[in-house]
Unconditional design. Structure first.
Length: 387
């Protein structure tokens, strides 16, 4: 069926998912083959030659991703960082510069600063919510890429994608939006002027904490050709089983994000009333400085919350190690609720830099459990602070 004008959930279920014509199987087969028979030398069937270059299961996922992000080309990678690395190598060269958020994901900053920095790619971290500071940094450094997360990880800052796109394009730069926290269900950066969307599909897109992957989505054919070449030449592609599991998770993204958002909103509102809490960082709260902007460019506010405690590092650690429904673990975006202490976990690589995360902060990934159980779990954990 054509899904061009269909709603989000219809596209999620049907894009790239035509039934198998021989048997009528409604779930497309999982293709494990690493190579493909040729009808004579160079006679490729539907362009398939070798698994690194193409795989029907991966192609189905890529069609699905492009349809949901409003792009024309999508690429599925073995991890989110593999996607980011390939993207930067596709569009930047030694001497080029990247302006990125000063609270970017630690792994992204480590890749840009410590790995690609060794190859001559410079970077400047900036508060992306301060558009004047972004503009000044872009102009001063003849920037090639402006890189933003919104909401950001883990400080939950909201950035005006449309305004940032204008700043980037006026300077001849590309705007890259990491859309992992929002997912294409809540936010479509390409429609707001971004050039590239990147994802850790491990998170909300896969949604079940059982597969690692990454993705790039664009709507410019020339840019897509550059990215496709690097992906093929370097080979950091997702395997067939990983692509299959990601597709299966992506089909329910809309219904999951509704529940994630509802649960997070209730948890954030409850946390605001706790005397032990210094700050609740959640864009769904009217007190959040980015609330109105988030309401404008997002459908809902997502499942991620960051919380800062008055008792400092000791209080945050105590809460993080005292829950039973929230699991203390890396990652986010699964159906189960996870808790993370970023300073020593996901963002340990940026300790001592201007991207360092406050030591009194924990990050919550609210799952799809009954919200009453999530609140009760947090209540008993927070009660341990003074115990």
């Amino acid at each position: 069926m054509s899904t061009n004008n269909a709603g989000f959930n219809t596209r999620a279920v049907h894009a790239g998912q035509a039934f198998e014509p021989r048997t009528g199987a409604v779930v497309p087969p999982l293709h494990f083959s690493s190579t493909y028979a040729q009808d004579g030398i160079g006679g490729l069937r539907d362009g398939y030659e070798y698994g690194r270059g193409g795989n029907p299961t991966r192609d189905a996922l890529q069609e699905q991703l492009a349809a949901l992000e409003g792009g024309t080309h999508a690429f599925s990678f073995s991890s989110g960082l593999a996607a980011e690395d390939s993207l930067i190598r596709a569009v930047a060269r030694s001497g080029d510069h990247i302006v990125l958020g000063n609270d970017a994901y630690g792994g992204t900053y480590r890749l840009i600063n410590r790995v690609l920095g060794e190859w001559g790619i410079g970077n400047t971290p900036v508060d992306m919510s301060n558009l004047e500071a972004v503009s000044a940094a872009v102009e001063a450094n003849k920037t090639r890429i402006v890189w933003v997360e919104t909401p950001s990880n883990p400080m939950m800052k909201i950035t005006d994608i449309e305004a940032l796109a204008k700043i980037a394009h006026d300077a001849g730069a590309l705007l890259v939006v990491d859309n992992t926290f929002a997912s294409p269900y809540l936010q479509t950066p390409l429609a707001l002027g971004a050039d590239v969307v990147v994802h850790s599909t491990t998170k909300y897109i896969g949604g079940h904490s059982d597969v690692v992957g990454g993705a790039i989505v664009v709507k410019d054919a020339e840019l897509a050709e550059k990215i496709g070449f690097v992906q093929f030449a370097v080979g950091a592609v997702s395997g067939p089983m990983d692509a299959f599991l990601t597709t299966r998770g992506l089909k329910t993204l809309g219904v999951r994000m509704d529940r994630h958002s509802e649960n997070a909103q209730a948890v954030a509102e409850w946390l605001q009333g706790r005397p032990e809490v210094e700050a609740v960082l959640y864009p769904g709260l009217p007190s959040h400085p980015g609330h109105e902007l988030a309401a404008k460019q997002m459908k809902k506010f997502g499942g991620m919350i960051s919380v800062q405690f008055k008792g400092g590092e000791a209080a945050a650690r105590k809460v993080a190690e005292s829950t039973t429904v929230f699991t203390l673990a890396e990652s986010l975006g699964g159906i189960e609720s996870l808790m993370n202490y970023p300073s020593e976990m996901t963002h340990a690589s940026v300790k001592g830099t201007e991207l360092a995360v406050p030591v009194n902060l924990i990050r919550l990934s609210c799952g799809i459990e009954d919200v009453e159980d999530l609140i009760a779990d947090l209540a008993q954990a927070i009660s341990n602070i003074s115990g």
